[in-house]
Write a protein that binds this ligand. Structure first.
Ligand SMILES: Cc1ncc(COP(=O)(O)O)c(C=O)c1O
Length: 476
């Protein structure tokens, strides 16, 4: 029987081993007992980190232009974070939160609450982004139950969104390729269009008019479903992996916030990728002028030094639960892990003390300018977009018609493999448009990046793109 799990353009793990290393890597692959993410592929073995570089066992240095998957915002060898982890490990690594609170947990919650949008001053900690989305969805449900509205069961989300790979988070997301094999296990979210101006804004429409059209469609979907049945709406404030660094058009989120309020629907903003300074403010929603009821963070929170995620809950959500049943019916063994929290405290302090979000605001436009200069007229680059240090190039077969490459061209995989060969980590994905076609490559470098690294990044990306599209020079 043929497998229903298809190799997909989204599956950018298809890294042929870098030339020269393949023999050894294949040997390692055969010997490995790890159930790897891409078990058929050889991977270089990462052995060290040095600032914005990852170093493999052969000594090859990779410029980390994507912070892995928008994680390593402080690079790979931040001394203060390393010291904080060492100190905490000597003091207390873990104490189960059903028995104790702990100092780094309290300090982290206080630090985050002090800088979060007003009212979001209770923080629930978990071990990563998917877990944080699960917690947010369960909080939303319990809130509605505690308020005496148990008929509110439906999650609304946007097509081609990504909120994580656990079953609840996957069910909430609209990424068709990731969902497909698991569809029978997933509850059905009510889906609406993403805010994706490059492809969906009509030529005669202003950005504001496009946002308004989406907001009207959003309201119509709620009315059609029965507003009293809708529990929450979840969206990435700036779309990350699936669409590729896509901010909303001006005014869109304010209209969404109003509509959610009108119908008693909780607004969950997923800032797992775009939050924690990545787009130029600690929380991406600060730039949208909205405050969600639940705000989900991860990735940059621990900067890869420890696995950690969190949900900020608005006071009314916290009060409804504490004043109702009295507790949130949830919890994981590693919630509020002392070592993870200590690392995240050190990351937060580094962001603040080293003014790294200022650096995001400075380097983001510098990188954007370099990308536009180098690739703005490239025949296969249709769009260059993003915010802060979350940027992406969308690749097209025909610029004017914005025609995507066929899925069989495996453009995203080829970009990723070629980049690794050139000593560059970027974050390409395929299936951008509908789960099948559409390719982008995202850049999300560490916030400590310097101008010389931007030059190196753009040079290596140009070599990568030249190798993938050798006929581009003729078409210019
Ligand atoms: C927006 C968004 N939400 C949730 C997740 C899931 O996070 P994790 O991989 O830490 O479970 C991701 C991961 O890429 C993400 O980008």
């Amino acid at each position: 029987m043929r497998s229903s799990v298809q190799r997909s353009p989204h599956d950018t793990g298809a890294n042929p081993a870098p030339a020269g290393d393949s023999q050894q890597n294949h040997a390692e692959l055969t010997a490995s007992h790890v159930f790897h993410r891409f078990p058929r592929n050889a991977m270089p073995v990462a052995v060290a980190g040095d600032g914005v570089y990852v170093i493999d066992r052969q000594g090859k240095r990779y410029l980390d232009a994507s912070s892995g998957a928008a994680v390593s915002c402080l690079g790979h060898s931040h001394p203060a974070v390393i010291r904080a982890i060492q100190r905490q490990a000597e003091q207390l690594a873990f104490a189960h939160t059903s028995f104790f609170t702990n100092e780094p947990l309290e300090e982290l919650a206080a630090l985050l609450s002090a800088s979060a949008p007003p009212g979001l001053d209770r923080v629930y900690f978990v071990s990563g982004g998917s877990e944080a989305v699960e917690a947010a969805l369960k909080l939303a449900r319990q809130y509605q139950v505690e308020r005496g509205e148990p008929q509110r069961t439906r999650v609304m989300s946007r097509r081609q969104s990504y909120h994580g790979n656990t079953l609840g988070a996957l069910a909430a997301g609209g990424n068709r390729w990731r969902r497909a094999p698991f569809e029978p296990l997933l509850t059905q979210a009510l889906d609406v269009a993403p805010c994706y101006a490059y492809r969906d804004r009509r030529p005669d429409e202003s950005e504001e008019a496009y946002g308004e059209r989406l907001a009207c469609e959003f309201e119509q979907a709620i009315v059609a479903a029965g507003p009293e049945t809708v529990m929450c709406f979840i969206a990435e404030t700036v779309c990350g992996a699936t669409l590729g660094a896509v901010p909303a058009v001006p005014g869109y989120f304010r209209r969404i916030r109003d509509i959610c309020d009108r119908y008693g629907i909780l607004l969950i903003l997923d800032e797992v990728m775009c939050g924690m300074g990545r787009t130029g403010t600690l929380y991406a929603c600060e730039q949208e002028g909205v405050i969600p009821d639940l705000l989900v963070i991860a990735k940059g929170l621990g900067a890869g030094y420890q696995p950690i995620g969190a949900v900020h809950a608005a006071r009314h959500v916290f009060d409804a639960i504490v004043g109702g049943s009295g507790f949130f019916q949830h919890g994981h063994t590693y919630s509020g892990h002392a070592l993870a929290c200590a690392a995240a405290v050190a990351v937060q302090k580094a962001l603040r003390d080293e003014h790294l979000i200022d650096n995001v605001q400075r380097r983001g436009p510098q990188l954007m300018q370099r990308l536009r200069e180098r690739f703005g007229m490239h025949p296969y680059v249709g769009d260059i977009r993003g915010r802060g240090l979350l940027l992406a190039l969308e690749f097209v077969a025909e610029r004017d018609a914005r025609t995507p490459f066929p899925a069989e061209a495996r453009t995203a995989q080829r970009i990723k493999a070629s980049a690794l060969e050139h000593g560059l980590m970027c974050y390409p994905a395929g299936g951008v448009i509908d789960g099948k076609v559409g390719d982008h490559a995202m850049l999300a470098p560490p916030f400590i990046i310097e101008e010389k690294h931007l030059d190196e990044m753009v040079d290596k990306l140009a070599e990568t793109i030249d190798a993938v599209f050798p006929d581009a020079a003729r078409r210019r």
